[in-house]
Structure formats: structure tokens, C-alpha cells
Design a protein around this ligand. Structure first.
Ligand code: AHR
Length: 506
């Protein structure tokens, strides 16, 4: 198999934004409790945060973390989660049919975020609540002093404002599963009036209005149009949520998930442009891909959901702890490539989620924490993507996929700084290696700095995973077949079958 990739330093898509590499912590399942927080754990610090998990989060290197939901936020009463712990109420979380103890709340999460060196992206409840509550939470968080709410924050131990910059106006309000689900018209009006008041409270914040929950929603497109007609002059970003899974017998479409994400982003961008033109508005509205991942949602909906909602009320139960394999990691790598490729329109993105719940990091109560297969493409991409994203022209052997038609076997994105070019590469062939020629005429290189690849491990296959009893089965290995021509204008890389790779040239 063969493909050719051409790049030119003059053809820049956009600067690389660190915000492309965000993640998500929801009060759901074991993301918080026995995920990031477990006071009795041998590695817990004085605040109850697991150091083993924190070390992996630092290695994963996310930039901003969306919090506290997700579906959870649509029933969340933020004031339950502040003040003395012993006085905080325990509540039913109807979204995930669980019991929320509020041991971890706004202050604790901000403290954890500081330790993890991440920015908090805060969602407000537009399900059961509205304008007054969103404004109150913002005032509590960001106003310096001299008002009841800001002084309450200070009395609760946080003298300086939290200074939260990015705020989500609710979550997936188009979905009938959402607490307080709304029509586009109802949500658009509420989002607009909430946005207006929030920006009066703190004009420095950025607001994310909720777009569609997925591209298959019957309202997709018209939802974005109506919501933006109400809010385009008031918000800064519109969200897009996208989850992918391998359906039985259709690996080809699954491996082409990045094509699906490209099209989804393109469609949302087209609606933004249409509303901007029709309203004569000249502002950049970014696309916040604030939930994306591989998630075996069919299994959840068909198998796990019914017992969850008909059973008892459990405190931090195991929820959607998907175990990721090699194919899943390759798709995550490809979705990151899509985000980079579209970074002229995508302003932020959050891998959903961070720990235990469809997560790159897993932890067991009173046990170890480890990296899932999907950890590696995220960590490596977040660490290496710097400078600018360059346009990459691909001429590749292709295949037919059931969902997306003809798809290139190679997927690629390229970033560059003055002294480094980084290639992010996927070979979608499940069976064969592929020889990729990279035409560097526009950006000749002197040497290969490093090259790594993730593919089926020796003795394993594409279904291999990492798990509690084999934590390091799947991990990147050096990619040996990388050569550079004498004049530095042509790199040749042999990509293993079904692989994600990263090649750094200088
Ligand atoms: O990430 C899990 C759930 O997926 C989130 O709570 C919700 O927003 C989405 O449907």
C-alpha cells in the first residue's frame, strides 16, 4: 500500500491551540470518587486526591477540564457543593441514578485543577435552573469582594476569585434524556438571556452555547441555526459532541470516524457562517468539541442503562468504564488528527472523559491506576503539537466504507515550529503496512528526532487492551522504518497495519 503527503510551510491552517487538548471530569460513576479523589487511598494527599492518578493526568497533559457535567450539571445545585463539608447535603443525581455526596465541590475541584495544572471550564445548570443561578455561580466564582456571594467564597477559604474564563451554557439541551430538555427556541431564548446577564456580571468570560448532542439528532442543523439566531452576538463558541464506536462487522467505518468528525465540523461551520451572514454579524464563533471520544454507547443503551435506572440508588457506581483496545486508540489518534486539521474552526476540544468514565486513565479503589490504550495518542499529540498546523495534501490508496464512502487509508496532520516538523499519522488498513512518502520540498528536514507507533503488540492483536492485571500490554514502540533523503526533501515512513504514529523531524 502506498500514499504521498505534501506539505508546505507557507500553507498554514491555524496556530496550534493548547485548548484542543482539553478533557472532562463529570460527577458521574467513578470519575471523581475513587477516580481523582479517594481519601483512604495509599497515594492520597492531605486533600484526599490520588497522587497516582494525578501523576498520570500530568503525563496526559490536558489543558482545560470541563466540569462538573455533562448530564449531571442539568440537575446540579452548585451551592450544595461549597461550605463546610459536614454540612453539605447528600442528593439524588437523577441524571445517572446515583447518590451525590458533594464531598468534592467547586473549591476542591479548583484545588485539584491547580495541582494538575489545568484550566477549569465550568458548566452552568440550564436544565432545572436558569439566569439567576448562573449569574450567582459566576459572581461567587469570579467577583473579587464586597458582595454577599463573593464574601461567601472568601469565607469558604478562597480569597482570590477563581477567575474561571470559559463557561458552558448548559449541556446537550437538545436531547430528550437531558433533565430540563428544551426545544431550540426555548433553549435559544434562555441561553441568550443567561449569556447577557453573565457577561454583565463579568465581561471577560467566554461563553459556549450548546449545539447538537450528535450529528444523528433529528434536529441537527436546525438546532444550531435557531440557537445561534438568538445568541450569535452574545456567545463565543458553540458546542459539538461526537462519540464513535465499532459496530459489528463494520471496522472500516469505525476507522473512518475522523472523516465523520471532519464532516460534522464542516456542517456546523456552515451553519455558523449562514447565521452570521444572514444577521450581518462579523464575529468569530469557535466550535467547542467539548465531548468527543470512542464510547460503546450501543452497549450502554441496550445493556447497562435499564438496570441502572430500575435498580437501587448507588453511590459512585461503575458507569461506562469502557476498556479500550488497539483499534480504539488508532481512532482516538485519528480524531485528534481531525481536530488539528480543523483548527481554523475548532476553538476547543475535550476528550470525554478523564478518569474511569470512558477514560484514558483507569483506577481501582484502593488499587492501582494505569494508562488505557487511548492514553498514548492523546498524551503524545498534546505534548508534540506546537507552533502552527500546516495544510497537508494526501494522495493515498483508499477503501470503501459503509458509512462514509471512499476513504483514504492514510490520515495525517502536520504541525511545525521554526525548528521542528511533527507528523501525526494513521494507517487505516487492518491488514497491511503502508509506505508513506512525505514531500518536504516546502520544508526540508535535517534529521529524524524521534518516531513512535502504536499498533497490535507482539503476541496480541487489534483487540489487545491494558487492564488491571496487564497494565502495559499496549504502548507505543519505536518506529524503525523512517528514512530521510540526503537533501532532506523526502521522508519515507513505513506505517504498520492498523497503527497510529508520530514522527518528529528537525
Ligand atoms: O460523557 C458522558 C455523557 O455523554 C455526558 O454526561 C453527556 O453530556 C453525554 O451524553
Amino acid at each position: 500500500l502506498h500514499a504521498r503527503l505534501s506539505i508546505s510551510r507557507d500553507d498554514v491552517v491555524a496556530p496550534v491551540s493548547p485548548r484542543l487538548f482539553g478533557s472532562f471530569v463529570e460527577h458521574m460513576g467513578r470519575a471523581v470518587y475513587t477516580g481523582i479523589y479517594e481519601p483512604g487511598h495509599p497515594t492520597a494527599d492531605a486533600d484526599g486526591f490520588r497522587q497516582d492518578v494525578l501523576d498520570l493526568v500530568r503525563e496526559l497533559n490536558p489543558s482545560l477540564i470541563r466540569y462538573p457535567g455533562g448530564n449531571f450539571v442539568s440537575g446540579f445545585r452548585w451551592e450544595d457543593s461549597v461550605g463546610p463539608r459536614e454540612e453539605r447535603p447528600t442528593r439524588l443525581d437523577v441524571a445517572w441514578h446515583s447518590v451525590e455526596t458533594n464531598e468534592v465541590g467547586l473549591h476542591e475541584f479548583a484545588g485539584w485543577a491547580e495541582k494538575a495544572n489545568v484550566e477549569v471550564m465550568q458548566a452552568v445548570n440550564l436544565g432545572t435552573r436558569g439566569i439567576a443561578d448562573a449569574a450567582a455561580l459566576l459572581e461567587y466564582s469570579n467577583h473579587s469582594t464586597g458582595t454577599a456571594l463573593s464574601d461567601q467564597r472568601r469565607a469558604n477559604g478562597q480569597t482570590e476569585p477563581f477567575g474561571i474564563q470559559v463557561w458552558c451554557l448548559g449541556n446537550e439541551m437538545d436531547g430528550p434524556w437531558q433533565i430540563g430538555h428544551k426545544t431550540a427556541e426555548e433553549y435559544g431564548r434562555l441561553a441568550a438571556e443567561t449569556a447577557r446577564v453573565m457577561k454583565w456580571v463579568d465581561p471577560t468570560i467566554e461563553l459556549v452555547v450548546a449545539g447538537s448532542s450528535n450529528a444523528e439528532m433529528p434536529t441537527f442543523g436546525s438546532w444550531e441555526r435557531t440557537v445561534l439566531e438568538h445568541t450569535i452576538e452574545l456567545v463565543d463558541h458553540i458546542s459539538l459532541h461526537a462519540y464513535y464506536e465499532e459496530k459489528p462487522g463494520d471496522l472500516g467505518s469505525f476507522l473512518a470516524s475522523g472523516v465523520g468528525l471532519d464532516r460534522f465540523i464542516g456542517d456546523v461551520a456552515a451553519v455558523i457562517d449562514e447565521v452570521a451572514v444572514s444577521q450581518g454579524v462579523d464575529r468569530f464563533i469557535g466550535i467547542s468539541v467539548d465531548e468527543w471520544n470512542v464510547w460503546y454507547q450501543t452497549r450502554f443503551n441496550e445493556v447497562d442503562k435499564a438496570p441502572l435506572f430500575s435498580g437501587e440508588w448507588n453511590t459512585h457506581p461503575r458507569l461506562i468504564e469502557d476498556e479500550y483496545n488497539v483499534s480504539d486508540a488508532v481512532v482516538v489518534g485519528s480524531l485528534l488528527i481531525s481536530l488539528l486539521r480543523n483548527s481554523d474552526r475548532v476553538s476547543m476540544a475535550n476528550l470525554a472523559q478523564l478518569v474511569n468514565v470512558i477514560a484514558p486513565i483507569r483506577s481501582e479503589p484502593n488499587g492501582p491506576a494505569w494508562r488505557q490504550t487511548t492514553f498514548f495518542p492523546f498524551a503524545r499529540t498534546a505534548a508534540a503539537a506546537r507552533g502552527e498546523v500546516l495544510a497537508a495534501t494526501i494522495h493515498s490508496d483508499s477503501y470503501e466504507s459503509a458509512q462514509y464512502g471512499t476513504v483514504d487509508l492514510v490520515d495525517a496532520a502536520v504541525t511545525a515550529t521554526d525548528d521542528e516538523i511533527v507528523l501525526f499519522l494513521v494507517n487505516r488498513s487492518a491488514t497491511d503496512p503502508l509506505t508513506l512518502e512525505v514531500d518536504l520540498a516546502g520544508a526540508p528536514a535535517g534529521s529524524v528526532l524521534s518516531a513512535e507507533s502504536l499498533f497490535a503488540p507482539e503476541g496480541g492483536d487489534r483487540f489487545s487492551t491494558n487492564a488491571v492485571d496487564h497494565q502495559d500490554t499496549v504502548h507505543p514502540v519505536p518506529l524503525t522504518e523512517v528514512t530521510l533523503s540526503d537533501d532532506g526533501e523526502l521522508a519515507t515512513v513505513v506505517l504498520p497495519a492498523l497503527s497510529w504514529s508520530i514522527v518528529r523531524l528537525t
